[in-house]
Write a protein that binds this ligand. Structure first.
Ligand SMILES: Cc1cc2nc3c(=O)[nH]c(=O)nc-3n(C[C@H](O)[C@H](O)[C@H](O)COP(=O)(O)OP(=O)(O)OC[C@H]3O[C@@H](n4cnc5c(N)ncnc54)[C@H](O)[C@@H]3O)c2cc1C
Length: 495
Protein backbone atom coordinates (compact mmCIF):
# COMPACT_ATOMS: atom_id res chain seq x y z
CA UNK A 1 0.00 0.00 0.00
CA UNK A 2 2.90 2.31 0.74
CA UNK A 3 3.83 2.69 -2.91
CA UNK A 4 0.25 3.45 -3.91
CA UNK A 5 0.04 6.23 -1.37
CA UNK A 6 3.41 7.66 -2.28
CA UNK A 7 4.09 7.64 1.39
CA UNK A 8 7.68 6.93 2.10
CA UNK A 9 7.70 6.10 5.75
CA UNK A 10 11.47 6.04 5.95
CA UNK A 11 11.68 9.63 4.76
CA UNK A 12 12.70 11.02 8.13
CA UNK A 13 16.19 9.58 7.75
CA UNK A 14 16.50 10.64 4.16
CA UNK A 15 15.40 14.16 4.91
CA UNK A 16 18.56 15.08 6.72
CA UNK A 17 20.51 14.24 3.64
CA UNK A 18 18.12 16.07 1.34
CA UNK A 19 18.12 19.25 3.41
CA UNK A 20 21.86 19.21 3.64
CA UNK A 21 22.31 18.79 -0.08
CA UNK A 22 19.64 21.32 -1.09
CA UNK A 23 20.96 23.87 -3.53
CA UNK A 24 19.35 26.95 -2.05
CA UNK A 25 20.96 29.18 -4.70
CA UNK A 26 18.10 28.10 -6.95
CA UNK A 27 15.70 29.75 -4.53
CA UNK A 28 16.74 33.33 -3.91
CA UNK A 29 14.03 33.60 -1.25
CA UNK A 30 15.52 30.86 0.86
CA UNK A 31 18.59 31.22 3.00
CA UNK A 32 20.02 28.39 4.95
CA UNK A 33 20.07 29.95 8.40
CA UNK A 34 17.02 32.16 8.51
CA UNK A 35 13.49 31.96 7.29
CA UNK A 36 12.81 34.56 4.64
CA UNK A 37 9.93 36.34 3.01
CA UNK A 38 10.43 37.87 -0.44
CA UNK A 39 14.14 37.84 0.14
CA UNK A 40 13.87 39.68 3.47
CA UNK A 41 14.76 38.02 6.74
CA UNK A 42 11.68 37.60 8.83
CA UNK A 43 11.20 36.95 12.49
CA UNK A 44 9.52 33.86 13.86
CA UNK A 45 6.56 36.08 14.87
CA UNK A 46 6.16 37.24 11.26
CA UNK A 47 6.43 33.69 10.08
CA UNK A 48 3.70 32.62 12.48
CA UNK A 49 1.55 35.55 11.34
CA UNK A 50 1.92 34.42 7.72
CA UNK A 51 1.14 30.90 8.71
CA UNK A 52 -2.16 32.34 10.04
CA UNK A 53 -3.09 29.07 11.72
CA UNK A 54 -4.71 28.73 15.10
CA UNK A 55 -2.11 28.94 17.84
CA UNK A 56 -0.52 25.61 18.73
CA UNK A 57 -2.17 23.71 15.90
CA UNK A 58 -0.27 22.09 13.07
CA UNK A 59 -0.93 23.97 9.82
CA UNK A 60 -1.61 21.77 6.83
CA UNK A 61 -1.94 23.13 3.28
CA UNK A 62 -3.78 21.02 0.73
CA UNK A 63 -3.47 21.72 -2.99
CA UNK A 64 -6.61 20.81 -4.93
CA UNK A 65 -10.25 20.96 -3.89
CA UNK A 66 -11.46 17.84 -5.71
CA UNK A 67 -12.73 14.88 -3.69
CA UNK A 68 -9.17 13.76 -2.84
CA UNK A 69 -8.26 17.17 -1.39
CA UNK A 70 -11.55 17.74 0.41
CA UNK A 71 -11.85 14.24 1.89
CA UNK A 72 -8.27 14.59 3.14
CA UNK A 73 -8.93 18.05 4.51
CA UNK A 74 -11.97 16.76 6.38
CA UNK A 75 -10.10 13.82 7.93
CA UNK A 76 -7.07 15.93 8.85
CA UNK A 77 -9.14 18.71 10.37
CA UNK A 78 -10.44 16.10 12.83
CA UNK A 79 -6.87 15.78 14.21
CA UNK A 80 -6.87 19.18 15.88
CA UNK A 81 -4.94 20.70 13.00
CA UNK A 82 -5.62 23.83 11.00
CA UNK A 83 -6.18 23.04 7.32
CA UNK A 84 -6.27 25.33 4.31
CA UNK A 85 -7.38 24.00 0.92
CA UNK A 86 -6.26 25.79 -2.25
CA UNK A 87 -8.52 25.35 -5.28
CA UNK A 88 -7.76 27.08 -8.56
CA UNK A 89 -11.33 26.87 -9.84
CA UNK A 90 -14.22 29.09 -8.75
CA UNK A 91 -16.01 26.10 -7.19
CA UNK A 92 -15.04 22.96 -5.34
CA UNK A 93 -15.21 19.45 -6.77
CA UNK A 94 -12.70 19.12 -9.63
CA UNK A 95 -14.00 16.43 -11.99
CA UNK A 96 -16.93 15.86 -9.60
CA UNK A 97 -17.94 19.51 -9.56
CA UNK A 98 -21.39 20.89 -10.38
CA UNK A 99 -22.79 22.84 -13.32
CA UNK A 100 -25.54 25.43 -13.58
CA UNK A 101 -28.23 23.97 -15.84
CA UNK A 102 -30.44 27.05 -15.62
CA UNK A 103 -33.24 26.20 -13.22
CA UNK A 104 -31.15 23.70 -11.22
CA UNK A 105 -27.58 22.62 -10.57
CA UNK A 106 -26.36 19.08 -10.93
CA UNK A 107 -23.02 17.35 -11.48
CA UNK A 108 -21.13 18.63 -14.50
CA UNK A 109 -20.48 14.99 -15.48
CA UNK A 110 -22.55 11.97 -14.54
CA UNK A 111 -21.67 10.34 -11.24
CA UNK A 112 -23.25 7.40 -9.49
CA UNK A 113 -22.49 5.52 -6.33
CA UNK A 114 -22.65 1.73 -6.47
CA UNK A 115 -23.64 -0.36 -3.42
CA UNK A 116 -20.09 -1.75 -3.15
CA UNK A 117 -18.58 1.77 -2.76
CA UNK A 118 -18.14 1.19 0.99
CA UNK A 119 -15.51 3.84 1.71
CA UNK A 120 -17.37 6.57 -0.16
CA UNK A 121 -20.66 5.66 1.51
CA UNK A 122 -18.97 5.79 4.94
CA UNK A 123 -17.61 9.26 4.21
CA UNK A 124 -21.08 10.40 3.16
CA UNK A 125 -22.47 9.01 6.43
CA UNK A 126 -19.67 10.56 8.50
CA UNK A 127 -20.47 14.03 7.22
CA UNK A 128 -24.11 13.53 8.14
CA UNK A 129 -25.52 13.02 4.66
CA UNK A 130 -26.85 9.49 5.09
CA UNK A 131 -30.42 10.73 4.89
CA UNK A 132 -29.62 12.46 1.60
CA UNK A 133 -28.41 9.25 0.02
CA UNK A 134 -30.94 7.88 -2.49
CA UNK A 135 -30.96 4.49 -4.20
CA UNK A 136 -32.79 3.65 -7.40
CA UNK A 137 -33.03 0.59 -9.54
CA UNK A 138 -30.72 1.07 -12.48
CA UNK A 139 -31.54 -0.24 -15.92
CA UNK A 140 -29.15 -1.07 -18.69
CA UNK A 141 -30.06 -0.93 -22.36
CA UNK A 142 -28.43 -1.87 -25.57
CA UNK A 143 -28.93 -0.18 -28.92
CA UNK A 144 -28.20 -2.08 -32.09
CA UNK A 145 -29.71 -2.31 -35.59
CA UNK A 146 -31.93 0.70 -34.79
CA UNK A 147 -33.56 -1.19 -31.89
CA UNK A 148 -33.40 -0.72 -28.12
CA UNK A 149 -33.10 -3.79 -25.89
CA UNK A 150 -33.55 -3.84 -22.16
CA UNK A 151 -30.97 -6.03 -20.45
CA UNK A 152 -32.09 -6.24 -16.84
CA UNK A 153 -32.44 -9.30 -14.71
CA UNK A 154 -32.04 -12.92 -15.63
CA UNK A 155 -35.27 -13.11 -17.65
CA UNK A 156 -34.47 -10.24 -20.04
CA UNK A 157 -30.94 -11.47 -20.30
CA UNK A 158 -32.16 -14.94 -21.31
CA UNK A 159 -34.56 -13.41 -23.84
CA UNK A 160 -31.95 -11.08 -25.39
CA UNK A 161 -32.12 -12.23 -29.04
CA UNK A 162 -28.60 -11.32 -30.16
CA UNK A 163 -26.78 -13.85 -27.97
CA UNK A 164 -27.57 -17.57 -28.00
CA UNK A 165 -28.00 -19.54 -24.80
CA UNK A 166 -24.55 -21.11 -24.91
CA UNK A 167 -22.91 -17.71 -25.30
CA UNK A 168 -25.03 -16.39 -22.43
CA UNK A 169 -23.64 -19.12 -20.19
CA UNK A 170 -20.11 -18.13 -21.25
CA UNK A 171 -20.90 -14.47 -20.58
CA UNK A 172 -22.10 -15.22 -17.05
CA UNK A 173 -18.99 -17.33 -16.54
CA UNK A 174 -16.72 -14.44 -17.65
CA UNK A 175 -18.31 -12.07 -15.13
CA UNK A 176 -18.35 -14.65 -12.35
CA UNK A 177 -14.75 -15.75 -12.96
CA UNK A 178 -13.45 -12.21 -13.58
CA UNK A 179 -14.94 -10.99 -10.31
CA UNK A 180 -12.96 -13.60 -8.41
CA UNK A 181 -9.51 -13.01 -9.91
CA UNK A 182 -7.08 -11.51 -7.40
CA UNK A 183 -3.83 -11.59 -9.35
CA UNK A 184 -4.41 -8.59 -11.65
CA UNK A 185 -0.72 -8.48 -12.70
CA UNK A 186 -1.25 -11.36 -15.12
CA UNK A 187 -4.13 -9.50 -16.74
CA UNK A 188 -1.78 -6.65 -17.63
CA UNK A 189 -0.08 -8.80 -20.23
CA UNK A 190 -3.14 -9.53 -22.36
CA UNK A 191 -5.39 -7.10 -24.23
CA UNK A 192 -8.91 -6.73 -22.97
CA UNK A 193 -10.16 -7.92 -26.35
CA UNK A 194 -8.09 -11.12 -26.33
CA UNK A 195 -8.99 -11.87 -22.72
CA UNK A 196 -12.72 -11.40 -23.24
CA UNK A 197 -12.67 -13.53 -26.37
CA UNK A 198 -10.71 -16.23 -24.55
CA UNK A 199 -13.19 -16.21 -21.66
CA UNK A 200 -16.51 -15.76 -23.43
CA UNK A 201 -15.98 -16.22 -27.16
CA UNK A 202 -15.96 -13.88 -30.14
CA UNK A 203 -19.75 -13.49 -30.47
CA UNK A 204 -20.07 -12.31 -26.89
CA UNK A 205 -17.24 -9.91 -27.45
CA UNK A 206 -18.81 -8.32 -30.53
CA UNK A 207 -22.37 -8.28 -29.27
CA UNK A 208 -21.88 -7.47 -25.60
CA UNK A 209 -18.43 -6.30 -24.58
CA UNK A 210 -17.26 -4.22 -27.53
CA UNK A 211 -20.10 -1.66 -27.30
CA UNK A 212 -19.39 -1.32 -23.60
CA UNK A 213 -15.66 -0.79 -24.21
CA UNK A 214 -16.40 1.69 -26.99
CA UNK A 215 -18.72 3.57 -24.63
CA UNK A 216 -15.96 4.00 -22.09
CA UNK A 217 -12.79 4.20 -24.20
CA UNK A 218 -13.73 4.73 -27.85
CA UNK A 219 -11.46 2.98 -30.36
CA UNK A 220 -8.62 3.20 -27.82
CA UNK A 221 -9.93 0.08 -26.11
CA UNK A 222 -7.91 -1.94 -28.62
CA UNK A 223 -4.69 -1.02 -26.82
CA UNK A 224 -6.00 -1.51 -23.30
CA UNK A 225 -5.18 -4.51 -21.09
CA UNK A 226 -7.65 -6.86 -19.41
CA UNK A 227 -7.10 -5.03 -16.10
CA UNK A 228 -9.58 -2.41 -17.32
CA UNK A 229 -12.52 -4.81 -17.58
CA UNK A 230 -11.45 -6.67 -14.42
CA UNK A 231 -11.74 -3.46 -12.35
CA UNK A 232 -15.10 -2.73 -13.96
CA UNK A 233 -16.47 -6.21 -13.26
CA UNK A 234 -15.24 -6.12 -9.66
CA UNK A 235 -16.72 -2.71 -8.92
CA UNK A 236 -20.09 -3.44 -10.47
CA UNK A 237 -20.58 -7.06 -9.59
CA UNK A 238 -18.70 -7.54 -6.33
CA UNK A 239 -20.87 -8.76 -3.47
CA UNK A 240 -23.79 -9.56 -5.73
CA UNK A 241 -25.42 -12.92 -5.29
CA UNK A 242 -25.61 -13.38 -9.01
CA UNK A 243 -23.82 -11.34 -11.66
CA UNK A 244 -26.93 -10.53 -13.65
CA UNK A 245 -29.17 -9.80 -10.66
CA UNK A 246 -31.00 -6.49 -10.72
CA UNK A 247 -28.82 -3.67 -9.42
CA UNK A 248 -29.23 -0.41 -7.63
CA UNK A 249 -27.28 2.79 -7.97
CA UNK A 250 -27.13 5.75 -5.69
CA UNK A 251 -26.66 9.50 -5.56
CA UNK A 252 -26.77 12.21 -2.96
CA UNK A 253 -29.75 14.53 -3.17
CA UNK A 254 -28.50 17.75 -4.76
CA UNK A 255 -25.65 15.87 -6.45
CA UNK A 256 -21.99 16.11 -5.48
CA UNK A 257 -22.51 19.81 -4.70
CA UNK A 258 -24.25 18.71 -1.49
CA UNK A 259 -21.19 16.62 -0.56
CA UNK A 260 -18.70 19.42 -1.25
CA UNK A 261 -20.83 22.05 0.52
CA UNK A 262 -21.02 19.81 3.58
CA UNK A 263 -17.29 19.05 3.56
CA UNK A 264 -16.61 22.76 3.31
CA UNK A 265 -19.00 23.49 6.23
CA UNK A 266 -17.32 20.84 8.36
CA UNK A 267 -13.93 22.45 7.69
CA UNK A 268 -15.22 25.87 8.68
CA UNK A 269 -16.66 24.46 11.91
CA UNK A 270 -13.19 23.16 12.76
CA UNK A 271 -11.55 26.51 12.06
CA UNK A 272 -10.10 25.36 8.74
CA UNK A 273 -10.87 26.93 5.41
CA UNK A 274 -10.97 26.74 1.63
CA UNK A 275 -9.60 29.31 -0.81
CA UNK A 276 -11.36 29.24 -4.20
CA UNK A 277 -10.01 30.94 -7.34
CA UNK A 278 -6.58 30.34 -5.88
CA UNK A 279 -4.04 28.72 -8.12
CA UNK A 280 -0.93 27.69 -6.24
CA UNK A 281 2.12 29.01 -8.10
CA UNK A 282 4.95 27.46 -6.13
CA UNK A 283 5.70 25.18 -3.20
CA UNK A 284 9.18 25.34 -1.69
CA UNK A 285 10.95 23.96 1.36
CA UNK A 286 11.86 26.23 4.25
CA UNK A 287 15.32 25.82 5.63
CA UNK A 288 14.23 24.90 9.15
CA UNK A 289 11.41 22.54 8.18
CA UNK A 290 7.95 23.19 6.86
CA UNK A 291 7.11 24.67 3.47
CA UNK A 292 6.06 27.88 1.84
CA UNK A 293 3.18 28.08 -0.60
CA UNK A 294 2.87 31.00 -3.02
CA UNK A 295 -0.37 32.03 -4.65
CA UNK A 296 -1.35 35.35 -6.24
CA UNK A 297 1.01 37.85 -4.61
CA UNK A 298 0.88 36.04 -1.27
CA UNK A 299 3.14 33.62 0.52
CA UNK A 300 2.04 31.40 3.37
CA UNK A 301 3.89 28.90 5.58
CA UNK A 302 2.78 25.43 6.51
CA UNK A 303 4.02 22.62 8.72
CA UNK A 304 2.88 20.11 6.08
CA UNK A 305 1.70 20.39 2.49
CA UNK A 306 -0.26 17.70 0.65
CA UNK A 307 -0.54 17.86 -3.10
CA UNK A 308 -3.62 16.31 -4.80
CA UNK A 309 -3.71 18.06 -8.20
CA UNK A 310 -2.50 16.33 -11.42
CA UNK A 311 1.16 15.40 -11.95
CA UNK A 312 1.76 17.95 -14.72
CA UNK A 313 0.78 20.67 -12.21
CA UNK A 314 3.08 19.11 -9.59
CA UNK A 315 6.02 19.35 -11.98
CA UNK A 316 5.17 22.96 -12.81
CA UNK A 317 4.71 24.41 -9.33
CA UNK A 318 6.76 22.29 -6.97
CA UNK A 319 10.42 22.73 -6.14
CA UNK A 320 12.41 19.72 -7.43
CA UNK A 321 13.84 19.39 -3.92
CA UNK A 322 10.45 18.20 -2.75
CA UNK A 323 9.82 15.25 -5.01
CA UNK A 324 11.40 12.76 -7.33
CA UNK A 325 9.77 11.47 -10.46
CA UNK A 326 11.01 8.46 -12.38
CA UNK A 327 9.59 8.24 -15.87
CA UNK A 328 10.06 5.44 -18.37
CA UNK A 329 10.53 6.00 -22.10
CA UNK A 330 6.83 5.29 -22.64
CA UNK A 331 4.55 8.06 -21.48
CA UNK A 332 1.09 7.58 -20.03
CA UNK A 333 -1.66 8.59 -22.44
CA UNK A 334 -4.83 10.10 -21.05
CA UNK A 335 -8.32 10.13 -22.42
CA UNK A 336 -10.45 13.18 -22.00
CA UNK A 337 -14.19 13.50 -22.35
CA UNK A 338 -16.44 15.76 -24.38
CA UNK A 339 -19.99 15.49 -23.17
CA UNK A 340 -23.34 16.86 -24.26
CA UNK A 341 -25.79 17.31 -21.37
CA UNK A 342 -29.33 17.62 -22.65
CA UNK A 343 -32.11 18.98 -20.45
CA UNK A 344 -35.58 18.03 -21.66
CA UNK A 345 -39.16 18.39 -20.47
CA UNK A 346 -39.85 14.70 -21.05
CA UNK A 347 -37.75 11.69 -20.06
CA UNK A 348 -35.55 10.54 -22.92
CA UNK A 349 -34.45 7.09 -21.79
CA UNK A 350 -35.45 4.53 -19.14
CA UNK A 351 -31.84 3.28 -19.00
CA UNK A 352 -29.05 4.54 -16.79
CA UNK A 353 -26.59 3.25 -19.39
CA UNK A 354 -27.47 2.67 -22.99
CA UNK A 355 -24.60 0.83 -24.63
CA UNK A 356 -24.21 1.65 -28.27
CA UNK A 357 -23.85 -1.23 -30.69
CA UNK A 358 -24.02 1.31 -33.53
CA UNK A 359 -20.62 2.72 -34.42
CA UNK A 360 -22.09 5.62 -36.41
CA UNK A 361 -23.37 7.60 -33.43
CA UNK A 362 -21.10 10.54 -32.56
CA UNK A 363 -21.15 9.72 -28.83
CA UNK A 364 -20.05 6.48 -27.23
CA UNK A 365 -22.97 5.88 -24.90
CA UNK A 366 -26.09 7.47 -23.40
CA UNK A 367 -26.23 8.07 -19.66
CA UNK A 368 -29.78 8.61 -18.45
CA UNK A 369 -29.13 10.16 -15.07
CA UNK A 370 -32.81 11.06 -14.77
CA UNK A 371 -33.69 7.37 -14.87
CA UNK A 372 -32.16 7.27 -11.36
CA UNK A 373 -32.46 10.80 -10.07
CA UNK A 374 -35.89 12.07 -9.06
CA UNK A 375 -37.17 14.85 -11.35
CA UNK A 376 -37.72 16.92 -8.17
CA UNK A 377 -33.94 17.33 -8.15
CA UNK A 378 -34.05 18.87 -11.63
CA UNK A 379 -37.09 21.16 -11.27
CA UNK A 380 -39.33 18.69 -13.09
CA UNK A 381 -36.93 18.42 -16.03
CA UNK A 382 -34.83 15.46 -17.19
CA UNK A 383 -31.14 15.32 -17.86
CA UNK A 384 -29.32 12.95 -20.19
CA UNK A 385 -25.57 12.83 -20.89
CA UNK A 386 -23.99 11.90 -24.23
CA UNK A 387 -20.24 11.42 -23.67
CA UNK A 388 -17.42 10.73 -26.05
CA UNK A 389 -14.05 9.67 -24.66
CA UNK A 390 -11.23 10.96 -26.85
CA UNK A 391 -7.42 11.10 -26.86
CA UNK A 392 -5.54 14.38 -26.44
CA UNK A 393 -4.95 14.77 -30.21
CA UNK A 394 -8.62 14.50 -31.21
CA UNK A 395 -10.11 17.20 -33.49
CA UNK A 396 -12.88 17.95 -30.99
CA UNK A 397 -10.47 19.79 -28.68
CA UNK A 398 -10.02 22.44 -31.38
CA UNK A 399 -13.72 22.76 -32.17
CA UNK A 400 -16.20 25.22 -30.70
CA UNK A 401 -18.95 24.04 -28.35
CA UNK A 402 -21.51 25.03 -31.01
CA UNK A 403 -19.87 22.82 -33.66
CA UNK A 404 -19.70 19.84 -31.28
CA UNK A 405 -23.28 20.42 -30.18
CA UNK A 406 -24.45 20.30 -33.80
CA UNK A 407 -22.73 16.95 -34.40
CA UNK A 408 -23.98 15.42 -31.13
CA UNK A 409 -27.53 16.74 -31.56
CA UNK A 410 -27.83 15.14 -34.99
CA UNK A 411 -26.90 11.83 -33.31
CA UNK A 412 -29.50 12.46 -30.59
CA UNK A 413 -32.21 13.12 -33.18
CA UNK A 414 -31.34 9.92 -35.07
CA UNK A 415 -31.58 7.94 -31.85
CA UNK A 416 -34.74 9.63 -30.58
CA UNK A 417 -36.67 10.80 -33.66
CA UNK A 418 -39.68 11.53 -31.45
CA UNK A 419 -37.81 14.32 -29.66
CA UNK A 420 -39.60 17.59 -30.46
CA UNK A 421 -37.95 21.02 -30.32
CA UNK A 422 -40.56 22.12 -27.79
CA UNK A 423 -39.36 19.35 -25.43
CA UNK A 424 -35.83 20.73 -25.39
CA UNK A 425 -34.97 22.95 -22.42
CA UNK A 426 -31.23 23.47 -22.82
CA UNK A 427 -28.02 21.95 -24.14
CA UNK A 428 -24.58 22.11 -22.53
CA UNK A 429 -21.19 20.97 -23.79
CA UNK A 430 -18.74 20.15 -21.01
CA UNK A 431 -15.18 18.98 -21.47
CA UNK A 432 -12.42 17.54 -19.32
CA UNK A 433 -9.04 17.10 -20.95
CA UNK A 434 -7.51 14.48 -18.67
CA UNK A 435 -9.99 12.03 -17.25
CA UNK A 436 -8.48 8.59 -17.19
CA UNK A 437 -5.18 7.05 -18.16
CA UNK A 438 -5.21 4.47 -20.92
CA UNK A 439 -4.38 1.27 -19.09
CA UNK A 440 -2.30 -0.16 -21.92
CA UNK A 441 -0.40 -3.47 -21.70
CA UNK A 442 1.95 -3.52 -18.67
CA UNK A 443 0.60 -0.16 -17.57
CA UNK A 444 1.94 -0.47 -14.02
CA UNK A 445 5.50 -0.48 -15.38
CA UNK A 446 5.09 2.77 -17.35
CA UNK A 447 3.38 5.02 -14.84
CA UNK A 448 5.82 7.58 -13.47
CA UNK A 449 6.94 6.63 -9.99
CA UNK A 450 6.63 9.66 -7.78
CA UNK A 451 8.23 9.92 -4.38
CA UNK A 452 8.33 12.77 -1.97
CA UNK A 453 11.82 13.80 -0.82
CA UNK A 454 10.72 15.96 2.08
CA UNK A 455 9.23 14.82 5.41
CA UNK A 456 6.63 17.60 5.35
CA UNK A 457 5.51 17.19 1.76
CA UNK A 458 3.10 14.50 0.53
CA UNK A 459 1.65 13.64 -2.86
CA UNK A 460 -1.67 11.90 -3.27
CA UNK A 461 -3.44 11.63 -6.56
CA UNK A 462 -5.25 9.35 -8.95
CA UNK A 463 -2.32 8.96 -11.35
CA UNK A 464 -0.97 6.24 -9.08
CA UNK A 465 -4.01 3.96 -9.30
CA UNK A 466 -2.45 1.00 -11.07
CA UNK A 467 -5.15 -1.60 -10.73
CA UNK A 468 -8.34 0.39 -10.48
CA UNK A 469 -10.45 2.78 -12.49
CA UNK A 470 -10.63 6.41 -11.44
CA UNK A 471 -13.68 6.53 -9.20
CA UNK A 472 -14.60 8.31 -6.01
CA UNK A 473 -14.69 5.21 -3.83
CA UNK A 474 -11.08 4.53 -4.77
CA UNK A 475 -10.25 8.17 -4.05
CA UNK A 476 -11.66 7.88 -0.52
CA UNK A 477 -9.88 4.55 0.03
CA UNK A 478 -6.63 6.22 -1.01
CA UNK A 479 -7.20 8.97 1.54
CA UNK A 480 -8.01 6.44 4.24
CA UNK A 481 -4.90 4.35 3.71
CA UNK A 482 -2.79 7.53 3.67
CA UNK A 483 -4.34 8.63 6.96
CA UNK A 484 -3.72 5.24 8.56
CA UNK A 485 -0.02 5.59 7.87
CA UNK A 486 0.53 9.25 8.40
CA UNK A 487 -1.99 10.60 10.94
CA UNK A 488 0.53 10.78 13.80
CA UNK A 489 3.12 12.54 11.67
CA UNK A 490 0.58 15.14 10.61
CA UNK A 491 0.13 16.28 14.20
CA UNK A 492 3.78 17.36 14.47
CA UNK A 493 4.46 21.08 14.30
CA UNK A 494 7.44 21.99 12.15
CA UNK A 495 7.47 25.78 11.99
C1 LIG B 1 -17.30 11.86 -17.21
C2 LIG B 1 -16.92 11.38 -15.82
C3 LIG B 1 -17.75 10.47 -15.18
C4 LIG B 1 -17.40 9.98 -13.90
N1 LIG B 1 -18.26 9.11 -13.29
C5 LIG B 1 -17.97 8.68 -12.05
C6 LIG B 1 -18.90 7.85 -11.34
O1 LIG B 1 -19.99 7.51 -11.84
N2 LIG B 1 -18.56 7.42 -10.08
C7 LIG B 1 -17.37 7.77 -9.50
O2 LIG B 1 -17.12 7.36 -8.37
N3 LIG B 1 -16.47 8.55 -10.14
C8 LIG B 1 -16.74 9.01 -11.39
N4 LIG B 1 -15.86 9.84 -12.03
C9 LIG B 1 -14.51 10.05 -11.44
C10 LIG B 1 -14.45 11.17 -10.40
O3 LIG B 1 -14.91 12.37 -10.94
C11 LIG B 1 -12.97 11.27 -9.94
O4 LIG B 1 -12.68 10.09 -9.23
C12 LIG B 1 -12.66 12.39 -8.98
O5 LIG B 1 -13.22 13.61 -9.37
C13 LIG B 1 -11.14 12.55 -8.79
O6 LIG B 1 -10.93 13.50 -7.76
P1 LIG B 1 -9.50 14.15 -7.45
O7 LIG B 1 -9.68 15.06 -6.32
O8 LIG B 1 -8.49 13.07 -7.33
O9 LIG B 1 -9.09 14.93 -8.79
P2 LIG B 1 -9.76 16.23 -9.44
O10 LIG B 1 -11.23 16.11 -9.37
O11 LIG B 1 -9.13 16.36 -10.79
O12 LIG B 1 -9.28 17.43 -8.49
C14 LIG B 1 -8.04 18.09 -8.60
C15 LIG B 1 -8.27 19.55 -8.24
O13 LIG B 1 -7.03 20.25 -8.22
C16 LIG B 1 -7.27 21.57 -8.68
N5 LIG B 1 -6.00 22.20 -9.08
C17 LIG B 1 -5.25 21.93 -10.18
N6 LIG B 1 -4.17 22.72 -10.21
C18 LIG B 1 -4.21 23.50 -9.10
C19 LIG B 1 -3.35 24.53 -8.56
N7 LIG B 1 -2.21 24.89 -9.17
N8 LIG B 1 -3.70 25.14 -7.41
C20 LIG B 1 -4.85 24.78 -6.76
N9 LIG B 1 -5.68 23.81 -7.23
C21 LIG B 1 -5.37 23.18 -8.38
C22 LIG B 1 -8.25 21.35 -9.84
O14 LIG B 1 -8.95 22.54 -10.18
C23 LIG B 1 -9.18 20.28 -9.26
O15 LIG B 1 -10.28 20.82 -8.59
C24 LIG B 1 -16.19 10.39 -13.28
C25 LIG B 1 -15.37 11.34 -13.93
C26 LIG B 1 -15.74 11.83 -15.18
C27 LIG B 1 -14.87 12.86 -15.84
Amino acid sequence: MATECNVNLSRQNKMKQVTDSTNYDKYPDIQTNTNTQNGQDITIEELQANSSGQAGKTKVGIIGGGLMGMALAYRISELNTSVKVFESDSQLGGLSTHHDYGSFTWDKFYHVIVPTDGSLINLIKDIGLEEHLRWSRSFTGYYVNKSFYSLNGAKEFLLFPLINIWDKVRLVFTIFYGGRINNWKKLETITVKDWLIKMGGKKNFIKFWEPLLLAKLGENYKRVSAVFIWTYIRRLFKAREHPVEKDYMGYVSGGYKTVFDRLSDRLTEKGSNVLLNTSVKSIMPLSDGGLEVRYGDKVEYFDKVIFTAPINVLEKVTSPDLFEIKKTDKSVEYLGVVCLALVTKKPLTPFYVLNMGDVNTPFTGVIGISSLVSSEETTGNYITFFPKYIPSNHDYWGMSDEAIEEIFMSGVRNLYPGLEDEDLVSTHINRAFKVQPLQVLNYSSIIPKIKTKHPDFFILNTSQFVNDSVNNNRVVQHVESFMEQIAEELKTKTI
